[in-house]
Design a protein around this ligand. Structure first.
Ligand SMILES: Nc1ncnc2c1ncn2[C@@H]1O[C@H](COP(=O)(O)OP(=O)(O)OP(=O)(O)O)[C@@H](O)[C@H]1O
Ligand SMILES: [Mg+2]
Length: 294
């Protein structure tokens, strides 16, 4: 199926949230996370979707949940529409392949970020202070350089429209409690290291990523999307050169094109041409195939 799904319509099912990419529903006390084909760039949702994107992101999350099965319990109940509540069956065309029925957890209100390389907001903070989230780093690091060891750099979860704020471990401990903060830090770094080592063997660097954990029946479980291009920086190992800003695997084509348009980065965005849409879809496919290849 090559249709693009920009928004889900599930009459009778309660939609509780709409993110930039996903539509979230609540059903029988559980969560239904549906990844649409929406694409955002510079925090603005594009008017055209990317064919196959929602399904690819969901399949990648499912892949990582399985990959981490021996490391941590997760929120997945099923990704098979036929095993979901019967009221969802009429919507199988919208849902199959791109949705996950999940246990509803109490999400810890911090973003659990691991960084193995210095990029994005980490690079910005390092340039200003020489530290990231209160952790002093060696002097003279270049942009995108590999860190001597990966670091845990938590952030607050900002309300819609605002940017997350990087915080140090002490503030994370004040928010979620010291024992939980230590547990989340250790899990974040362990999962990141395992995933990055695996990705490296496929020619991909995971520069950084964000996990979300929650409490479910008293246990810490892995929630949300996992190690997708939307929650991580994926770089092509073959083209990696510290000192430059590496192209991100997914959105670079769109960003480059948008930069050439007369546009002030507020809605409405210019409409992406076919060529840009198709090349972006191909890039998503490429990274996902590299990672999932047996
Ligand atoms: N198992 C779960 N239990 C409870 N909440 C969950 C679970 N998994 C994910 N969530 C929450 O569901 C929401 C998913 O929202 P989503 O990521 O689509 O949008 P967003 O974070 O608001 O915006 P963005 O598009 O920038 O990511 C998040 O608030 C996440 O914490
Ligand atoms: Mg999110």
């Amino acid at each position: 199926m090559n249709d693009v799904l920009l928004e889900t319509h599930l009459p009778g099912i309660r939609r509780i949230h709409q993110g930039k990419v996903r539509d979230i529903y609540e059903i029988e006390g559980k969560l239904l996370l549906v990844a649409t084909d929406r694409l955002s760039a510079f925090d603005v949702i594009m008017s055209r979707g990317i064919p196959g994107k929602g399904e690819m992101l969901t399949q990648l999350t499912l892949f990582w949940l399985r990959f981490f099965e021996s490391d941590i319990e997760n929120h997945l109940i099923t990704a098979d529409v036929e095993r979901m509540p019967a009221v969802l069956h009429p919507f199988r065309r919208q849902l199959q392949g791109r949705s996950m029925l999940c246990r509803k957890a109490s999400i810890f209100p911090i973003e659990c970020v691991a960084r193995g390389y210095i990029a994005g907001s980490g690079w910005k903070e390092y340039r200003q202070t020489g530290a990231v989230c209160g952790q002093l780093l060696p002097a003279g690091l270049r942009q995108a350089e590999k860190l001597p060891q990966a670091i845990f750099t938590p952030a607050t979860k900002a309300p819609k429209g605002q940017h997350d704020e990087n915080i140090d471990f002490e503030r994370a401990a004040a928010i979620v409690g010291r024992d939980h903060a230590a547990r989340l830090r250790d899990l974040t770094l362990r999962l990141y290291a395992k995933a990055n080592a695996y990705a490296n063997s496929r020619g991909i660097i995971i520069a950084d990523t964000k996990f979300e954990f929650g409490l479910y029946e008293g246990r810490v479980i892995l929630c949300d999307e996992v190690l997708t291009p939307d929650s991580s920086r994926f770089w092509d190992s073959a083209r990696y050169r510290p000192g430059t800003s590496p192209e991100s695997y997914d959105k670079q084509i769109v960003r480059d094109w948008l930069e050439q348009q007369p546009w002030n980065k507020t809605p409405p965005p210019p409409e992406l041409p076919d060529d840009i849409v198709n090349r972006t879809a191909a890039r998503y496919r490429e990274v996902i195939e590299l990672l999932r290849k047996p």
